[in-house]
Design a protein around this ligand. Structure first.
Ligand code: IVH
Length: 726
């Protein structure tokens, strides 16, 4: 959050420092620079920008020059990091860059194939749907835009909607053609794939880092990311980055009707494509290809972390579409997790946004699959005691204690977890861990709720302090501004923590964020003069906040952090209710079980009783009402853009019943939602349209009773147009 002008860590002239003061400042600075190096080189997650980093390093070196004895204290000053900058221009992806769902077992792969068949209404026994199998490259994805065959833009994935403009960097990569060759190169072609580094090149880069006394990269993926995201393009050019093409974004005319065919075209146009990609006719063939790729993993010369399967036929891909951020037509079959042994040094309890007390293992640092792990999850108190969620023993009932030698498991990007205990190495004086029953943040009682339906104790112990618990309010604020919610640039976890405890500019609830600039102007002690801020960064922050006064409704709903309401449900509610006022009125009225609002809420497809109860509880809490009143003075959530404004069913409530022939029920629902309709499970007076196939029963009667229009499947296709099927 610092700028060049204000990032000097201390105002005191060096000459005025006593050796003791110099030593103290040196210690602090060395730790900060070390942390920044680790964040950048080990985690590929910079925690400060270039200017702040440089200022801190300059001060560190100046201190050591004035007080040479300090050089013995730490060696960080000798390491000069060449860091990428966070100042790339943004590029909005015309077609979002999605992620993939994961499968961790052969069974999960079989389920994926079964889902595909089911969704398409085909019988798996009859076969006929082909898939491709190819290595999942462990690099970073890049979207390359070609117009008339010329490379015009390159963007990183970013949040999937918007990435960083790395066009100049991409042009230095020899495996990325600057111009595409071939008669079938379309006018517009966005080719996507993975930038990565080979093992030998990665070792070479780290050797040079070492020679220059610079910090080393933790793994090839981080090194590739650090090499691509460089404002100084000559740094990228000096790194032997490579590229495999395997997907595409905007491409109005495709060179082939299959996944395999398009990738073959990429090769003709001048890209490298993976030689291990294979077209398979069955799950057995997919698994065989997985085993083959796994057996070659060690000798490939680059990192892969699994095998990606995709439905080959692009027309079927279009029918399958997406759920949330991942396609229904693809899955990543990940390689098994990696294990390492280390010592559990402490157990910390973190308090989450909903008051959940989560135990975190602090470990003696250990490398698991190329990444240094110092924290791992312990799930909950039963897990520590040696029991699973059903009360059955795990690890033969062995508990986990501080001081134990434990096995840590890391599977892909999943948070590492403590998996097993080596009892032979347990210290003689160790004691069972006592899980706190008081919240470590506010001292309130922490209890395990009884689940009214199962009658069982919840696995999670929760702080009962609610709004008086500072940990919960801070976490809620962090969630509110996070990337998938309001996404306020420059307002991250650290800044929220800062403002939450700042006496002049306190932020205790979401509305406070939007009054920051005004309160700052009225204050004597300005933000720009505070540690870590400057005139530029303060201005930028206020602008970024201003920019979010009209957030998309779905992000706003998600940002409220209502229990059980994730991104998908938030979007569903935003579409269904159209405005926050409508959702709020429904949430309040639905407390009455007999109300029409409750019936409407119950009838929304994909909204189960847990969500309904969570909404009612949220809107029934007077404090939340007050908080919302204050917030809605500041922000105006915007209805979602109509999915297809021109669609004849946009905004309509549709119910499907009976047998459908041209599409499965899931497919019908997905299509209707894509066209902006809301799909309900039962017919009420609010229903606009009933699509009834053969065998329809009681819903037809309900439709007659409420005067709802009824059409058949052919009528549906006439209404929405055949093109809608895509
Ligand atoms: S296909 C719509 N194929 O994995 C799906 N992704 O977990 C587009 N990745 O962001 C992705 N190798 O960076 C695909 N052969 C491959 C891949 C691959 C690596 C990465 C990609 C993506 C991530 C999703």
């Amino acid at each position: 959050m610092s700028d060049a002008e204000d990032s000097a860590p201390s105002e005191t002239p060096i000459a005025a420092l006593t050796p003791r003061k110099a030593k103290a400042e040196h210690k602090l600075l060395a730790a900060e620079v070390q942390a920044a190096n680790d964040a950048y080189f080990q985690d590929d997650q910079p925690i400060m920008d270039d200017a702040a980093y440089d200022a801190k390093r300059r001060r560190l070196v100046a201190l050591e020059e004035a007080f040479p004895a300090l050089k013995q204290e730490s060696d960080v000053s000798a390491k000069v990091g060449a860091r990428p900058s966070g100042k790339f221009a943004k590029i909005r992806h015309r077609v979002p860059m999605l992620s993939l769902d994961n499968a961790f077992s052969d069974e999960a792969v079989a389920e994926f194939a079964a889902r595909v068949y089911r969704f398409l209404g085909r019988k798996e026994e009859e076969g006929g749907i082909a898939f491709t199998a190819e290595p999942k490259i462990d690099g970073l994805s890049l979207s390359l835009r070609y117009e008339k065959g010329e490379l015009v833009a390159a963007a990183t994935r970013g949040d999937g909607e918007e990435g960083e403009d790395v066009t100049l960097n991409a042009r230095t990569i020899s495996e990325i053609p600057g111009r595409l060759a071939g008669p079938d190169v379309p006018e517009i072609a966005e080719v996507r794939g993975e930038v990565y580094l080979g093992h030998a090149d990665f070792a070479g880069i780290n050797e040079r880092q070492r020679e220059k006394g610079l910090p080393e990269f933790a793994n090839p993926r981080n090194a590739a990311a650090g090499s691509l995201r460089q404002l100084d393009v000559s740094v990228t050019a000096a790194r032997p980055l490579r590229f495999f093409a395997y997907a595409w974004g905007e491409m109005p005319v495709l060179p082939a009707p299959t996944q395999f065919g398009v990738v073959e075209a990429f090769r003709r146009w001048g890209f490298r494509t993976n030689p291990l990609m294979k077209r398979c006719e069955s799950v057995a063939e997919l698994i065989a290809q997985y085993r083959l790729i796994e057996s070659q993993r060690a000798t490939l010369g680059y990192d892969i972390d699994g095998v990606v399967y995709k439905v080959d036929d692009l027309a079927l891909q279009a029918r399958l579409g997406f759920v949330s951020r991942a396609p229904r037509w693809a899955i990543a079959h990940k390689f098994p997790a990696e294990l390492a042994t280390t010592v559990l040094e402490a157990i910390d309890i973190q308090v989450g946004r909903t008051g959940a007390l989560s135990p975190v293992a602090r470990l003696k640092p250990v490398t698991v699959g190329g990444v240094v792990v110092t924290n791992a999850t312990l799930h909950n108190e039963d897990y520590i005691r040696g029991f699973d969620s059903k009360g059955l023993p795990i690890r033969d009932g062995t508990d986990i204690r501080i001081g134990d030698t434990v096995t840590v498991k890391r599977a892909g990007d999943v948070i590492p977890r403590v998996e097993a205990v080596d009892l032979a190495k347990r210290p003689a004086d160790s004691k069972p861990y006592e899980f706190p029953t008081l919240c470590p943040a506010c001292g309130s009682h922490a209890t395990r709720e009884l689940n009214p339906r199962s009658g069982k104790e919840d696995a999670i112990r929760r702080c009962t302090g609610g709004l008086i618990c500072p940990a919960q309010t801070v976490e809620r604020l962090k969630h509110f501004v996070s990337r998938d919610a309001l996404d306020i640039d420059g307002l991250g976890d650290k800044q929220i923590e800062f403002f939450h405890s700042d006496p002049e500019l306190p932020v205790r609830e979401p509305a406070d964020i939007f009054t920051l600039a005004k309160r700052d102007a009225a204050n004597l002690k300005k933000l720009k003069d505070k540690e870590g801020f400057g005139a530029v960064s303060a201005r930028k922050l206020f602008d970024a906040i201003e920019d979010r006064r009209s957030p998309p409704l779905n992000r706003f709903i998600f940002g409220l952090g209502i229990r059980h309401i994730g991104e998908t449900t938030a979007r569903l509610l935003a579409r269904h209710y159209g405005s926050f006022e409508a959702l709020r009125a429904a949430g309040i009225a639905a407390a009455d079980e007999a109300s029409p609002e409750r019936q409407e809420l119950d009838a929304i497809d994909s909204v189960g009783p847990t969500v309904v109860e969570a909404l009612i509880a949220f809107f029934g809490e007077p404090h939340n009402e007050e908080l919302l009143d204050r917030l809605l003075v500041q922000v105006s959530p915007q209805p979602l853009e109509a999915v297809a404004a021109a669609s004849p069913v946009a905004g309509k409530i549709v119910v499907f019943t009976g047998a459908l022939e041209r599409m499965t029920r899931d497919e019908a629902k997905a299509m209707a939602e894509r066209l902006g309709a809301k799909v309900a499970g039962s017919v009420s007076s609010k229903t606009d349209l009933l699509v009834a196939g053969p065998g329809a029963g009681s819903k037809l009667k309900d439709a007659a009773k409420h005067g709802v229009e009824v059409i058949d499947e052919a009528g549906w296709f006439d209404l929405v147009g055949a093109g809608a099927a895509g």
